[in-house]
Design a protein around this ligand. Structure first.
Ligand SMILES: Nc1ncnc2c1ncn2[C@@H]1O[C@H](COP(=O)(O)OP(=O)(O)OP(=O)(O)O)[C@@H](O)[C@H]1O
Length: 625
């Protein structure tokens, strides 16, 4: 009756009053995800300040929501009064039909105001909730884009994405529901209690004893049920995990004749789920019976007391009706208020997790007065005595006293065993990290003195496996240069030997390349990445050659594309192919973060050192593939 739309549950059906709320809560216990992974609560409401600040930007909507809230609370309380009139005057024997109509019209008017007011309140309150969440998401993502890759090693993308979705959903719940529920129910509890005293002071005192007797056991049962439910969901998750494990390892299970053992193991997990579910349903069964007994029992007792009063002529039938309805509203309001604080703490927990993402400072940021890189770009790279440790692995240096001067236009192949530090060189050139000692320079300017965006503007990076986004072929190519028109795109595609297969795609450049480009072969993805780098047309090329073996024809197509890409550019290439090292102006051999040899392929092959060993193993293997 109070039009409690904000407590809408996942089924979309509004649940009203105390019974509705209880049902909603116990259904939530059965729900798959609702309480199973209940998010952590904060210790205080402090972090909600950020939510307040975000909402305060929309004073008009807040004012409108508040007005609607006042109107609906008033209209809700007016309903019992309306019923009182209708019952006492509208049902009076021998009454004038015109007089009866008046009271019913009055009641209808209240209902109309309540309906419209509730719709407006729901609209504005939810609007604010959604808008606040949208603003927070935008701000968080903007900050995330500024953070260096090191941050994502310590904070998993899965965790961050869960903050962006579930934590923001909790905030939405707080703004769009909890605050409104709290305000409305406080108004209803106060207003309702005053009205009850006005109607029947003695019966109200009786009710004051009954309400806690209803609310307290329900709250206690509710808590127990929530704990048991959580355990129950964990057990169900165990069953799920076991199914996945066995299914994905089915060949091993069967090859080792472990079917009966797996069945027994699964049986035990299923029985554990059943045992805990039995406890849950027992608590819920008892809880339901207690609720029915308490609520309907007290209504019956009140009516009984009222009936005696009516018989004695001390009280009217309409007053009894108004009293019962208002009593229900007030009890429901108190019931709701018991949940509000917990919900707010949960919201504060979510807000503090989002705050962390919002306030993380970028380690790699432009200096206050960035030094301009010389124009036109030359493409000279220099590493002087660079020592670098990854923040997550401070004990080992990925590069040790590394010195390398790369001349404009030179092609330097970097080879070395796995973990030697080859990719680390690229990370430092892009300035994803700053070395602990030594200096990296681009065209004579130390990277730390320039704006990272200016540095990256001058670099094209071709990763091992072409990183494609879920977009069409055109946008995947233009990622290197959004100004490129179709003519330029086709020219790059041609040079990258990608023209033919792109033309053969169902919609040419408009073809959607699917999640992570799964619709293209490895060689095709590499050629897209090469075309993208061609479009970028940067003076420095960082090329991480693919290790995956391609068939001879793709290999040749990729190689030709790479040759065109490397021409007239300073190129650092992590080389896995003999063809590449042969063509390089210089080969740098890296081991455990240090340069151990340098020279051309012929020189190094003759020297009989690490390169000669690697070449005979690694390149022979890839050439044979
Ligand atoms: N993000 C990281 N955090 C911590 N340590 C890292 C990280 N990336 C690389 N390392 C470590 O730094 C060292 C150098 O790694 P790097 O990736 O540069 O080697 P690599 O020569 O490119 O190897 P591969 O040929 O296997 O790709 C290794 O010991 C590696 O374990």
């Amino acid at each position: 009756m109070d039009g409690n739309v904000e407590t809408q549950d996942t089924t979309g059906a509004p649940r009203r009053g105390l019974i509705g709320r209880l049902r909603r809560r116990s259904e939530a216990e059965d729900g798959a995800e609702t309480d199973a992974q209940e998010p952590k609560k904060a210790k205080s409401l402090g972090p909600l300040k950020m939510v307040y600040a975000a909402a305060a930007k929309y004073p008009t909507q807040i004012a409108l929501a508040f007005v609607a809230l006042l109107i609906t609370a008033g209209a809700t309380l007016a309903i019992p009064a309306g019923f009182k009139m209708v019952i006492d005057r509208g049902f009076a024997e021998g009454g004038d039909p015109a007089d009866i109509a008046r009271w019913f019209r009055y009641l209808l008017m209240i209902v109309g105001v309540l309906a419209i007011g509730t719709a407006l309140r729901f609209y504005f309150v939810s609007w604010i909730g959604e808008r606040v969440v949208a603003d927070i998401r935008l701000k968080v993502q903007q900050n995330l884009l500024r953070l260096a890759p090191g941050f994502y090693e310590e904070n998993s993308p899965k965790e961050i994405s869960s903050r962006m979705t579930s934590d923001t959903a909790i905030i939405e719940q707080v703004v769009g529901t909890t605050v409104s529920v709290a305000l409305r129910n406080t108004l209803m509890a106060i207003g309702g209690t005053i009205y009850l005293f006005y109607l029947a002071p003695q019966m109200t005192l009786g009710l004051a004893l009954v309400i806690p007797a209803i609310v307290i056991p329900i709250t206690v049962f509710g808590r127990r049920l929530r704990t048991v439910s959580r355990t129950s969901q964990d057990r169900v998750a165990d069953v799920g995990a076991m199914v996945t494990e066995v299914l994905s390892g089915m060949k091993i299970v069967q090859a080792f004749n472990q079917e009966s053992r797996e069945h027994a193991r699964f049986g035990a997990a299923v029985e554990r789920t059943f045992t805990i579910a039995k406890r849950r349903i027992l608590i819920r069964a008892v809880m339901t019976s207690v609720i029915i007994l308490m609520i309907f029992g007290s209504i019956t007792l009140l009516m009984w007391r009222g009936a005696v009063g009516v018989a004695e002529g001390a009280i009217s039938g309409g007053t009894i009706a108004a009293f019962v309805i208002t009593g229900g509203l007030v009890a429901g309001a108190f019931g709701s208020l018991t949940e509000v604080y917990g919900d707010l703490l949960r919201g504060a927990g979510a807000a503090s997790r989002l705050n962390e993402l919002l306030n993380t400072q970028a380690v790699i940021a432009p200096p206050a007065r960035p030094e301009k890189l010389p124009e036109p770009p030359r493409g000279a790279l220099s590493f002087r005595n660079v020592t670098f440790r990854y923040p997550t692995r401070p004990e080992t240096a990925a590069l040790k006293d590394f010195t390398l001067e790369v001349e404009p236009g030179e092609t330097v192949a970097i080879v070395g065993p796995s973990g030697a530090g080859k990719s680390t060189i690229f990370q430092l050139v892009e300035r994803f990290y700053d070395p602990q000692a030594g200096t990296v320079r681009l065209d004579g300017v130390p990277l730390t003195k320039a704006d990272p965006a200016d540095i990256r503007e001058r670099i094209a990076f071709v990763p091992q496996d072409g990183v494609l986004f879920s977009a069409d072929a055109r946008d995947n190519l233009r990622y290197g240069n959004w100004q490129a028109d179709d003519e330029a795109i086709w020219e790059a595609a041609r040079a990258a030997n990608a023209e033919r297969f792109i033309k053969e795609l169902p919609d040419g450049l408009d073809t959607y390349l699917g999640e992570s480009g799964t619709r293209l072969s490895g060689g095709q993805q590499q050629r897209i990445a090469i075309a993208r780098a061609l479009l970028r047309d940067a003076p420095i090329l960082l090329l991480d050659e693919a290790t995956s073996a391609l068939d001879a024809e793709s290999e040749q197509l990729v190689q030709q594309a790479l040759d065109r890409l490397m021409a007239d550019r300073t190129t650092l290439v992590i080389a896995h192919r003999l063809a590449t090292v042969r063509k390089a102006d210089r080969i740098v051999v890296l081991d455990e973060g240090r340069i151990v040899e340098q020279g051309t392929h012929t020189q190094l092959a003759k020297a009989g050192g690490l390169y000669a060993r690697l070449a005979s193993l690694q390149f022979a293997a890839t050439e044979a593939a």
